[in-house]
Ligand binder design. Structure first.
Ligand code: G4P
Length: 278
């Protein structure tokens, strides 16, 4: 296994989510739109249990639009509603609000039927590291931040942030670690920075990225790095990329580690185009 993944505090994170779940009506699980299935955490989904769940595919701006559409259809076939967003620009956020409204309606109707006042829907956001939980919360809350203050029965330290008249968000997102079940999934999560850089070697992840580019987007290698052909091994391609970029060390050899680092950086910033991995 090329990924050395030993997440700490897993038990604590799980307990925190379990406590928070008791307080909410709806759970939003945030996934990276480039590899939503690799980011899924079945343990978290099991913990959510029967509570209404909305899957949000974030960073849609970095993902292949056709793939995102397919992933959403695939989730729908599993009976899961999913929405794609870009939490930086706010694209797709209106659909998230609509999904929350529609999901809460049956619960609100029940309250009305019992003669009770309908309170705002309480929503919690959860997901693996770096999928954009904080960015998403900030985007959803926007400038209309209005902390409603800690309420009786609310876990110490947790605050509800009023998004609109009818929605309150838990201000602390639930953090869960991914369960890595295959080497390829680990490599994808390393590419997406879901797992920390101490858990992998950049050269192995960069070689995996070259493999993906050759399979899915050979034009990126040909046009962006002006490679005449993409024959040979992944390592030879990486060497050629470094040479084209002028990443050389003494003696004219390619600076392999700088090349790996640069390629990963370009992918993560979207400079190689919109590429999906799942
Ligand atoms: P987390 O709470 O789940 O750990 O994630 P966080 O919001 O901190 O976001 C992780 C990184 O992903 C940040 O980049 C953030 O800007 C970026 N991000 C979040 N949502 C989106 C999105 O929809 N599209 C794109 N392109 N990026 C997104 P960073 O490089 O770590 O920090 P920063 O310097 O960009 O703020």
């Amino acid at each position: 296994m090329v990924i050395n993944w030993y997440p700490g505090h897993m038990v604590k994170a799980r307990r925190e989510i379990q406590n928070s779940l008791k307080l909410v009506d709806i759970v939003i699980i945030l996934l990276d739109a480039r590899a939503p299935f690799s980011c899924r955490n079945r343990d978290l989904e099991r913990m959510v249990g029967q509570k209404p769940l909305i899957m949000v595919l974030n960073k849609m701006d970095l993902a292949d639009a056709g793939c995102t559409e397919r992933y959403i259809e695939e989730l729908a076939r599993e009976g899961l509603q999913a929405v794609a967003v870009d939490a930086i620009t706010g694209k797709g956020m209106s659909q998230v609000l609509k999904a929350i409204g529609q999901t809460y309606k049956p619960l609100a109707d029940k309250m009305l039927a019992k003669g009770r006042r309908v309170r705002p829907a309480r929503v919690m956001v959860a997901g693996v590291p770096n999928v954009g939980k904080s960015t998403f919360l900030n985007c959803l809350v926007g400038k209309k931040v209005a902390k409603t203050g800690a309420k009786p029965g609310v876990t110490r330290g947790k605050q509800w942030v009023r998004v609109r008249e009818d929605i309150e968000l838990m201000d602390t997102p639930g953090l869960m670690w991914p369960k890595i079940e295959s080497e390829e999934q680990g490599l994808k999560l390393a590419l997406l920075e879901v797992i920390g850089e101490n858990a992998y070697h950049e050269d192995q992840v960069a070689l995996y990225l070259v493999k993906i580019l050759r399979e899915k987007r050979p034009e990126v290698l040909k046009e962006k790095f002006r490679l005449a052909d993409i024959e040979g091994t992944d390592e030879e391609i990486l060497q050629a990329v470094g040479r084209k970029r002028g990443y050389l060390i003494k003696g004219g050899e390619v600076d392999f580690y700088k090349t790996c680092h640069m390629l990963l950086h370009d992918f993560r910033k979207g400079s190689l185009g919109r590429i999906s991995l799942d």
